[in-house]
Write a protein that binds this ligand. Structure first.
Ligand code: 5AD
Ligand code: SF4
Length: 437
């Protein structure tokens, strides 16, 4: 019986979104139903992100705001999960007397036990990383509402230690899920009506490389493509240095593989890439982009760029802009560099004035808006295969995603939901396309 209410707020990346879904499904077994109303909740959980600065402060501020409900004398469990929990651990319990649970990124399987303890008034923090032998605990399947497109976690953690990045410290080393379990889950999802899977991990290209008896990521994709019912496959995130020829070849002979790829460059300057410890040069990055486009001429890329990394000169920044012009990303996520404690780059002088960083970010975003607009307009008049996922923006419209990952709205009734249909694009907006069946 669901006789208690759970309120979750999720910050950061898709990994956290997935973990939150898993928390909802695990705590349903303890009688908790999700709510959007924190004041009514018996348990409040913040699933946090620390990839950029100010994360801890944000969590403290948000908790201070939320705990007013607990002060009304209500029995309410307050919990922090995700990357800030992993980073701060016990310290959070010490600093915040009203906090009950701190749950690290590798410890979700302990949550039911922790919540039962908290219901009896016990406070607890669990942030131990687990190792490869216990890895089954890291990757349970998520029971969720049925949807047409679902994320499937294939690995977690990162061994790259890019000099600016906190992820290896808060998500741990790379651990791959067993391919048998992944395929079992994909088959199950296909059976439930899922048509698209998005294979998820911090660094999917190095999937399986640590075990002798697991396929490579390219082989895994081929195996997933063999599952009946699955019609489209995407994956994220790829590290350019690990984008193998074998994986590139998949884009030529696995038609189910989407022609959109997230391939973060971070910078277009060799000296900045070196200082970031990215393990590739501007040329070798572009080489992969060109190889992919040779195999799939309509391939579209999205990317991440960090602006204002320590030592980024005006000339380095120009190199980033010119990389953007060469790749022509359809969408770009851009971030001002933010020093993270414990990372190598935190020791570098971060002496570029804030105003200069913001001016660079503005220029970059202006350029990207222009490129996005230009690319979007090239789709007008073309036909796209769209997986219809739900109602559209306006009454009488339905909406879905084309192979390139853009949202497409068009007139049609809800009987189309769940099908792949051909849609001719008639208009391009900054964040979506308009079309007709
Ligand atoms: N400062 C700014 N941006 C960062 N990212 C990761 N770490 C930092 C940092 N310290 C960005 C990278 C990464 C994305 C998820 O967040 O671009 O690809
Ligand atoms: Fe962070 Fe680099 Fe690993 Fe990506 S590859 S998660 S940027 S350390």
């Amino acid at each position: 019986m669901l006789d208690k209410l759970l309120y979750i707020e999720t910050f950061g990346c898709q990994m956290n979104v997935n973990d939150s879904e898993r928390i909802v499904s695990m705590l349903a077994d303890l009688g908790y139903a999700p709510t959007n109303e924190p004041s009514a909740a018996d348990m409040i959980l913040l699933n946090t992100c620390s990839v950029r600065g100010g994360a801890e402060e944000k969590v403290y501020r948000r908790l201070a705001n939320l705990r007013i409900y607990k002060r009304d004398g209500k029995q309410q469990i307050i919990a922090v999960g995700g990357c800030v929990a992993q980073q701060e651990g016990e310290e959070l319990l010490r600093k915040l007397p009203y906090l009950d649970l701190v749950i690290g990124t590798h410890n979700l399987h302990l949550l039911p036990d922790m919540v039962r303890g908290a219901e009896r008034g016990e406070r607890r923090s669990e942030t131990t990383f687990i190792d490869n032998d216990q890895r089954l605990d890291l990757f349970p399947s998520i029971k969720g509402e049925s949807r047409l497109s679902r994320f499937v976690t294939v690995m977690q953690g990162c061994d790259n230690f890019c000099s600016y990045c906190i992820v290896p410290f808060v998500r741990g080393r790379e651990i791959s899920r067993r391919s048998a379990d992944i395929l079992h889950e994909v088959r199950q999802l296909a059976h439930e009506g899922v048509r698209e899977v998005i294979l998820l991990g911090q660094n999917v290209n190095s999937y399986g490389l640590k075990s002798d008896n697991e396929p490579t990521f390219a082989d895994l994709i081929r195996q997933v493509a063999d599952v009946d019912g699955i019609q489209r496959i995407r994956f994220t995130t790829s590290h350019p240095k690990d984008m193998s020829d074998e994986l590139i070849a998949c884009f030529g002979d696995v038609p189910k593989l989407s022609g959109q790829m997230h391939l973060p460059a971070q910078s277009g300057s060799d000296s900045v890439l070196k200082a970031m410890g990215r393990g590739y040069t501007r040329d070798s990055y572009l080489d992969k982009v060109h190889k992919l486009r040779a195999i799939r001429p309509d391939m579209v890329f999205t990317g991440d760029i960090i602006v204002g990394f320590p030592g980024e000169s005006p000339a380095d920044f120009e190199q980033t802009l010119s990389l953007m012009e060469e790749v022509r990303y359809i969408d770009l996520f851009s971030f001002v560099y933010s020093p993270r404690p414990g990372t190598r780059a935190a020791d570098l002088a971060d002496d570029l004035p804030r105003a200069e960083k913001m001016a660079r970010l503005d220029r970059l975003m202006d350029l990207q808006r222009r490129i996005t607009r230009e690319i979007s307009h090239t789709y007008i008049g073309s036909t796209m295969s769209v997986l219809v996922e739900g109602e559209g923006k306006l009454p009488g419209q339905v909406s879905g995603k084309g192979d390139i990952g853009r949202i497409v709205n068009f007139s049609g009734d809800s009987s189309l939901i769940g099908r792949f249909v051909d849609v001719r694009i008639t208009k391009a907006y900054p964040n979506s396309l308009l079309g007709e069946l």
